[in-house]
Every structure is written in structure tokens, then in C-alpha cells.
Design a protein around this ligand. Sequence first.
Ligand SMILES: Cc1cc2nc3c(=O)[nH]c(=O)nc-3n(C[C@H](O)[C@H](O)[C@H](O)COP(=O)(O)OP(=O)(O)OC[C@H]3O[C@@H](n4cnc5c(N)ncnc54)[C@H](O)[C@@H]3O)c2cc1C
Length: 497
Amino acid sequence: MTLPPTADIVVAGGGPAGATIAHQLAGFGYRVVLLEKRRFPRHQIGESLTPSIFPLLDFLGLRPQVEQAGFLRMAGHSVCWGSSRPRTAYYSPDRHRRGFQSVRADFDLILLNHARQAGVRVVEGQPVRAVRPDGEHGVSVRYGSGERIRAAFCVDATGHAGIYARENLRQRDSVFQTLALTGYWQNARNPPGVDFANTLLEAYADGMVWSVPLHTGERNVTLLIDWRHSRAIKRTGLQRFYIEEVRKAAYVSGLLADARLPHPPQVFDASLYTARQFVAGRTLLVGDAGLFIDPLSSEGVRKGMASAITGAVVINTVLQRPAMQPQASEMYEAGQRDTYHSHYQQSARYYAEEGRWPDRPFWRQRRPRLESEPGPAASQQPPAAFSPFDSQPVSHLAVMPDLRIRERPVIEGAYVELRPAVVTPRYPRGLRFLSGVNIPTLLRCVQTQRAVTDILEAYQRHPDGRQSVPAQVRQVLAQLYQEGLLRPTSPNESQSG
Ligand SMILES: Cc1cc2nc3c(=O)[nH]c(=O)nc-3n(C[C@H](O)[C@H](O)[C@H](O)COP(=O)(O)OP(=O)(O)OC[C@H]3O[C@@H](n4cnc5c(N)ncnc54)[C@H](O)[C@@H]3O)c2cc1C
């Protein structure tokens, strides 16, 4: 294998995040080389993909291929949490909205081949060894058995390995320090009826068991326990320890009564971590290289692909419009920090709901301090029975005085650009769109019109609102009112804000 000595961009790692960013950057016209340590298809844990993956698959044009891959489709998840009786939450009330229980070897290969088809030079079986700055505007990447390639940018998409992130950017969380022990069972049973492929989660005194069925006939049963068990695992032996613990989860182990485990379980580090910085010089972290969220969310793949789509725009902006580099990098940093923070809070709230074993180390440890939810101030809360503009009509509106419209970095096509956005305590980074409605434009219509019917008409006449659906704009006005960004006013009151 001979690689050219230079490329525009080197991507290290060919998982969902690496394949996605490489695909996007090749689409912007860059010469992209992707170096992947292993050979695909390769096994990867993390099979459950909730329906939130669809907008990304649509954006990449991959939905048909993924739908045709034969993966089982699940209608929701069933949990024994806070009680030994399973409860089920569906992705939609009619149970038609479904996610995928993917086989990641196949799913990840679809994404990597998609990158190849976009012109990415994919090289498998070549680990990246080190990434170093090369002058002010480039990087030198050492790979394989000591070869080097120079590029204007490098992406660390090496997942948990974090070839660059680990050097001094990674920050491990001290609370959620978790080991995952995964076994693939054969001949396991599934829950009955529409729930047959659901993601299952069962808490027990010393951890929890997460389980999904696959179309290959296997069932993934993953034990999530505290790190401090490492010594007990060594003492007892991995397989025995795993089987004894899984037996403690009565609901899931009931499905395994006639099942067998043909291969020993595998161990993964499932502890949470983030990064001190996500763009360091000419290297950008995407996916799990940058941050790892709780596997219970089943959002790791989506989160990684989303960071890759934004990351490609950030790199393009830095390379093409260097003056925007600080804003583009800060937008990416802020987005990644927000992602980690909101998932972290979500996990903490979820763990707090399991109160059966407050004194057991696993549960006692996982009780970090919860922050209160951001939300409209009590005085701005609409009355409980309020249905804006319908049952109790609000005919005239004004913007709240503390609301500001400021220039903020946002993604416009292939670039990060400064655009007006609404800045409030709830949206400190700026709110620009809700359900496709341009919020700064809509609020300017509120400032000039006041009457709800006139506001809707003015927005519809504005170039930003010509394609909008009136019912949708009305809905967004109602939401802004409920969030305390608007207040009722009389036809004669003068406007402020
Ligand atoms: C126990 C567990 C359960 C999970 N369950 C789910 C789930 O149900 N749903 C979900 O969405 N997510 C889940 N996740 C998370 C999910 O697996 C990851 O978020 C996702 O794989 C991240 O994608 P990525 O591309 O960032 O990294 P990866 O998928 O890890 O890909 C990184 C790639 O980099 C390669 N690589 C590593 N080192 C080098 C190197 N030096 N040079 C070149 N290449 C290298 C690796 O071989 C790999 O192919 C789970 C994770 C764990 C641990």
C-alpha cells in the first residue's frame, strides 16, 4: 500500500463518526484519507439505534440501505426500573415508529462504503500512531509501521482509543465509572407480541442488565457494573462472574432459561468522559474520541454522527474562511459541551428514579448532584389550562424586555456564519429556528405588529417566512409564549424589548 505523502485531511478511525465526517469533507471537495486500525466488517458493541437516527440517515441519503439491511425493528424499550415489573415506553403511541437493533459490523460497513463512494481513500488495517503539529497550519500523522502523511487537518475519530484525545485532552468522570460485560446468547426467548425486539433494561442491587435481540438469532445481554468489581472478576473468572450476576436480574434471565453462551463474554470500559478541548490546533475530536455518554441512552451512534456532520462544516470554515476560525471552533466546543452536559443530567435523573437499593455501592455512587431544569420563571408561566390563541384567545403580543437579538455563529450550508439569534437566559447560545420558523424574523414581526393575525401575515410576507405553514408559525408563537419570550399586551400599549 502506498499513500501519497500529503492529503487535505486525515481521518483516524472508520466508525460511524469517522466515516460520516470523511464522507462530508470529501463532498466539500477535499482529498480525504481515512486510516482504520481494523479490517471491516468488524464487531462493535452498541446495537440499539433509536428513531432519532432517521434525520441523520435521511441527510446522508442512507435510510433505504439501512432499512434493507434486515435489522430487527423495535417499538420501544421495556424496563424493570424502580420495580421488578416491566414497564414499556413506545417511540409513538400507535407503536409504528420503530428503531433498529443493528448488527454494528453491517451498519458501520454501510457508512464506511458510503464514504468510499464519495471519494474518500479508505485504508484498513493501518493504525494511526501519533498526530503532531506540522508548522502553524498543518499536522503530521504517523501510522502503520512508521510512515507519515501530512495534512491541513486531522480528525480523531478513534472512539474510546482516542489516539489524540488521550494525550492530554480527556477528562474522565469520577461518578459514572462503569464496566460493561457483554455476552451474545443463542436460543434466548423474546418478550411476546409487539415488544419482541424491544431494548430491555433491568436494574438489580449491584448494577443493571441491558439486552437486545439481533436478526442473526443472537441476544446481546450486557451487564453494567461498577469498576470496583474488576478484582472480583479476576478472582471468580470472567464467565462465571458474568453468568452469576446476570442470574440476579430475574426478568432478563427468564428469557435465557434455554439459551447458551457459545463464546466467553467481552469486557468494555463504559465510564463517562469528555474532553477539555474538542478542537486543538489543527486536530478535531468527533464521536466517542471526544466524549462518551451513558450507553443506556442508546444515543452514542447518533451523537457521534451528529458531531461529525457539524465537525465537517467547522473544518471547512477554518480552511476556507480563516477569519471565522475562533467563532467556528467555539461553536463546536460549546455544542459538544452542551451534549455531554445534557446527557449527563439525563443519566443522573434516571439513576435517581431507581430507589430500591439506596445503600448499595452501585446506586449510592451514581447520585451526582442534579441541577434544576432551566425553564421559564414562575411569574412567566402560563396558567395551567391555557391554550394560546384558542380557548382563551390572546389577541395581542409583545416581546419580553430582557430578550435580545445578537449575532451568533450558526451553520449555513457548508460554513459557520454569524447570523441573528435570540439570546435569553434559557438560550444563552442563541435560538435561531424552531420547527423551521426563523425566530429573530418572527420576533421582529411581533415588535412591529402586535396583533396575532397581523404578526402571522407579516411573517408570511417576509422572504424568510414565504414557505412557512401558518398553523406551524402559530404553534411556534404559542411555544414562545409558553417559554416566556412573549407576553400578552393590549392593542394600545407601546412596544418594548
Ligand atoms: C456497553 C456499550 C453499549 C453501547 N450501546 C449503544 C447503543 O445501544 N446504541 C448506541 O447508539 N450506542 C451505544 N454505545 C456507544 C456506541 O457504541 C459508540 O458511541 C459509537 O460506536 C461511537 O462511534 P465512533 O465512530 O465515535 O467510535 P467507534 O465506533 O468506536 O469507532 C472507532 C474506530 O476507530 C478505530 N481505531 C481505534 N484506534 C485506532 C487507531 N489508532 N488508528 C486508526 N483507527 C483506530 C476502531 O477500530 C474503530 O473502528 C454503547 C457503548 C458501550 C460501551
